[in-house]
Design a binder for this molecule. Structure first.
Ligand code: FE2
Ligand code: FE2
Length: 313
């Protein structure tokens, strides 16, 4: 494999540059490490976990509810809407925990026996530590809201198991970036929502700050991995990332949330499917991600068709 520049790690024989990682690439990780040292949070002390939850506060901004803008939403009582948004946010947080576990394993596998002196190695482990705190934070928030765990169905759960054991390079980091970008856009609204529960606002604030570094890291890793990838590999990765995005987006909100607030599940799913407001929100929140994937050659006609099915394009 062609190397653009040799790093001290290569000269030491650690083989840290097997994916074309250069000294210039390592500077990105160095800056991310410095940023992590100045601005990181401990959610256990940062959030007031004992404060009571005001009855009228939503779990997420109503505009982010899957039913907002539908006839069914208009028919619902206000307490029902509040309850629905709490179940929805917990379902998304559970998807977050599920994905953070996949991510931690992929990043750990990727860094296996790489040179610990590299900033890339050190930031990767910093990211794993962040995700560990995030998952506990989401778990605490759901527990506080009294919403039981929503899990992906058996087929999707098994697919996730395979993905976390096998995905590598731009496919692994592409999957990571998709999940982080989609959550980021929603959480920027949640943290500002004055009618949103304080534990959701606080946990979103922490997540947005720390994830902005993770997204920079994922983008950098993707750029490095596709730098020397041929067209066949790029096409295969583009499809793989799109399938990952499809799975993440379609399993974000569990159908059980509608049943939990006393709605007819079949009708609710039907209304969600035709919800134009929801589709516009999804397209808007994916704009930045789609631009990056296009720039790195990871949008193909096949992957674009998959993104369109989940209204990310
Ligand atoms: Fe996270
Ligand atoms: Fe992350």
């Amino acid at each position: 494999m062609a190397l653009t520049r040799q790093t001290p790690a290569d000269r030491n024989g650690h083989g840290a540059a097997e994916h074309g990682h250069t000294a210039a690439d390592d500077d990105v990780s160095k800056r991310l490490l410095e940023s992590a040292a100045t601005l990181s949070y401990d959610p256990m002390t940062e959030i007031d976990w004992d404060a009571p939850l005001p009855e009228e506060h939503y779990g997420l901004n109503p505009e982010w509810s899957t039913l907002y803008g539908t006839r069914l939403w208009d028919e619902m009582t206000e307490p029902q809407r509040v309850a629905l948004t709490r179940h929805e946010v917990c379902s998304i947080m559970n998807t977050g925990i599920w994905f953070e576990m996949i991510l931690q394993q992929m990043v750990l596998r990727d860094q296996y026996l790489k040179n610990p002196a590299n900033a890339e190695f050190q930031f990767a482990l910093t990211e794993i530590a962040d995700e560990c705190r995030h998952s506990i934070m989401f778990a605490r928030a759901c527990q506080k809201m009294g919403v039981p765990a929503y899990r992906p169905n058996k087929v999707i759960a098994q697919a996730g198991r395979a993905f976390k054991a096998l995905a590598k390079g731009e496919l692994a980091y592409g999957g990571i970036l998709v999940a982080e970008e989609v959550l980021d856009v929603m959480q920027r609204d949640w943290m500002r929502g004055e009618n949103v529960l304080e534990i959701v606002r606080g946990s979103s604030r922490i997540h947005v700050v720390e994830e902005s570094r993770h997204m920079k890291f994922a983008r950098q890793e993707i750029r490095e991995r596709v730098r020397h990838a041929g067209p066949a590999r790029r096409r295969a990765s583009a499809t793989g990332i799109a399938i990952g995005a499809y799975v993440i987006v379609s399993s974000m909100v569990h159908p059980g949330v509608y049943k939990a607030v006393g709605l007819d599940v079949a009708r609710a799913l039907d209304e969600v499917k035709g919800n134009e407001h929801r589709k516009a929100m999804m397209r808007n929140s994916s704009r930045h991600l789609m631009a990056f994937l296009a720039e790195t050659g990871l949008i193909t006609s096949r992957s674009a068709a998959i993104y369109r099915r989940v209204h990310m394009l």
